[in-house]
Design a protein around this ligand. Structure first.
Ligand SMILES: C[S@@+](CC[C@H](N)C(=O)[O-])C[C@H]1O[C@@H](n2cnc3c(N)ncnc32)[C@H](O)[C@@H]1O
Length: 310
């Protein structure tokens, strides 16, 4: 890889991290995006349970140790507790919920207290520096989940996460197969006055990820296999999600546009970002079902699960 490609990637990686870390309001706005991620969290938990029963069920007196990396507002925690039901089924379940974003961690901490998820332990964990994470020292897990964050992590992350598993433990990841808002983005750019060139889906994907093809089912399968996992199972599914009205959509899309703006020339960035938000909102309003009625987007995601050999 050329040094300019490396420099571009690290700039993108730092823009992504900054976007999640620096906005104190990120968790409140992201809680709406959880409508799209939660069904895939449910698929990860179900598939992990089918392939590797220790992921959720434990012998009396034993603990079940779960690590959720890039936990966000707690989609995986909600599904793990949902699958266990209330009462003694949750005894012995310990979930290390790790993220780089302080606002996400404090949101999930409050949510866990409200919901009575007693086993959730919220900690700062940077997936780009797993080997140095104090919260992971000496730990081994029955299940590791990475919901819609694996594509922001370095290529070594899947193998490092597999190394954290107990024998017969499972690693589950999810990613997007398509970006449902891409056609709206293209339309918004077309409506801008002297704006950026038409977006290319591949470049947009690279800007919001580490550039690896996590949108490709075959890549997800190969990567989990190369991490030394067995019984690798990969599913691609569509879910239709009510994403709310234009203001709600812009809460999340303003954030995405902010990340994309890092690719634009510095002298144009501020003006283009303001105009892109205006144009995107205009396109969203036109595609709403009716005044303030909101809209449905079809999200297509990929879930991959593999099991560590005995
Ligand atoms: C798209 S959200 C997914 C949240 C949740 N897992 C879900 O499925 O709804 C991505 C999450 O990854 C976190 N994240 C981004 N880079 C990270 C990193 N290097 N290490 C740990 N978490 C990271 C973000 O702060 C954010 O909470």
């Amino acid at each position: 890889m050329s040094s300019s490609a490396t420099a571009k990637e690290s700039k993108a990686a730092s823009a992504i991290r900054a976007a999640w870390q620096d906005d104190p309001d990120v968790a409140r706005r992201y809680a709406i995006a959880e409508r799209a991620t939660r069904p895939f969290a449910a698929m990860m938990v179900q598939l992990a349970r089918e392939l590797a029963p220790p992921s959720l069920t434990h012998k009396e007196g034993d603990s079940v140790d779960v690590f959720d990396l890039g936990c966000g507002t707690g989609a995986v925690e909600a599904e793990v507790y949902g699958a266990l039901g209330s009462g003694s089924g949750t005894d012995g379940v310990r979930i290390l919920a790790g993220d780089v974003s302080a606002p996400m961690l404090s949101y999930l901490s409050a949510r866990a207290a409200d919901e009575g998820w007693a086993g959730v332990d919220v900690q700062t964990v940077d997936g780009t520096r797993l080997a140095d994470a104090p919260a992971l020292q000496g730990r081994a897990f029955d299940a590791v989940y990475v919901g819609f964050a694996i594509f922001m992590l370095p290529p070594a992350a899947p193998a490092q996460l597999a190394a954290l598993l107990k024998p017969r433990g499972s690693l589950a990841v999810s990613s997007w197969a398509i970006l449902p808002w891409f056609p709206l983005l293209a339309e918004a750019y077309a409506r801008m006055h002297d704006g950026p060139p038409p977006p290319v889906q591949r470049d947009v994907w690279s800007a919001v990820t580490n550039g690896l093809p996590w949108h490709d089912k075959a890549f997800v399968r190969e990567t989990l296999q190369q991490a030394g996992l067995e019984q690798v199972t990969v599913r691609q599914e569509k879910v239709s999600v009510d994403v709310g009205d234009a203001d709600t959509v812009m809460g999340s899309m303003g954030f995405v546009l902010g990340i994309l703006s890092q690719q634009w020339p510095e002298e144009k960035r501020e003006a283009w970002l303001a105009d892109a938000k205006r144009a995107f909102r205009e396109v969203v309003v036109e595609s709403e079902r009716g005044e303030g009625e909101g809209m449905e987007w079809v999200f297509e995601g990929i879930v991959g699960v593999g099991v560590k050999p005995e």
